[in-house]
Design a protein around this ligand. Structure first.
Ligand code: SAM
Length: 239
């Protein structure tokens, strides 16, 4: 069975959306991964099919009901063990390491929040892991879920053409990526750095490593400080 994601949303028409085109879309069409989209509203029980209600304790907006969402999760996930995520600005920020972990698993169930958020009790009772895609607030979890899925799908076996490209890009070695160039050789008086056209692969690799370190130190000192160190020979034990 291929990697399969299940998305619970009030706006199923937002899927596959951008995941239906290009790399992810071709992989979806050829069965390298599968996407199941469930309308949370199908689990509503009252005659108005309501999914939300006013916040306990007062305040603006509406909150997704725990009973409705729990029923939707149970219907989608009967007897399955897989990561259960809920997109949330309060969640742990998504990282490439987390993306790689999810891509290596069976595929997650993802709950997309709306309104002011969802009743805490369903997060606790169904063991939902809160995941954020950044320190800003979207109007719903759908775009966040699309971003997470896009990042996962491109890592699945057979999805990316060239095997190496996933290994070399930003974050895979704890550094931001070195600058890239292509033809023409001269663009508005700016040449491609000479070393890249020298044909000396070792020099090119060293230049890229140095540029990546320079860029990361300047832009993301937080990443630079915690980057994994390349393997070094241990010094011989002194007795
Ligand atoms: N009142 C909530 C708060 O302050 O944390 C914000 C709710 S937001 C308007 C509605 C939904 O969008 C959230 O339940 C979540 O699913 C999604 N969302 C918004 N920003 C997000 C982010 N940065 N990462 C992931 N999901 C986000």
């Amino acid at each position: 069975t291929p990697w399969r994601a299940t998305v619970l949303t009030l706006f199923p028409e937002m899927f596959p959306g951008p995941l239906g085109v290009s790399l992810a879309g071709r992989a979806l069409a050829s069965g390298l991964w599968a996407l199941e989209v469930c309308d949370i509203r199908d689990s509503a029980t009252d005659k108005h099919r309501s999914v939300d209600d006013t916040p306990a304790g007062g305040g603006p907006g509406m909150v997704l009901r725990a009973d409705v969402l729990a029923a939707a999760i149970d219907a989608a996930d009967a007897g399955e063990t897989r990561p259960r995520l809920v997109m949330s600005p309060r969640g742990r920020p998504l990282t490439q390491a987390k993306v790689a972990e999810l891509a290596a698993g069976p595929g997650p169930l993802i709950v997309c929040g709306r309104f002011e958020g969802i009743d805490q009790r369903v997060i606790d009772a169904r063991g939902l892991e809160e995941v954020s895609i950044g320190d800003y607030v979207l109007s719903g979890g759908e775009i966040a879920a699309l971003a997470l899925l896009d990042a996962c799908v491109r890592l699945l076996p057979g999805v990316m053409g060239k095997q190496g490209s996933a290994l070399e890009e930003s974050f895979s070695d704890g550094l931001l990526e070195y600058p890239q160039y292509t033809r023409p050789q001269l663009f508005e008086d700016r040449p491609i750095p000479e070393i890249l056209t020298s044909g000396d692969h070792a020099k090119v690799a060293a230049w890229r490593r140095a540029e990546a370190e320079k860029l990361t130190r300047a832009r993301r000192p937080d990443l630079f400080a915690t980057r994994p160190q390349p393997n070094r020979q241990k010094p011989p034990k002194s007795t």
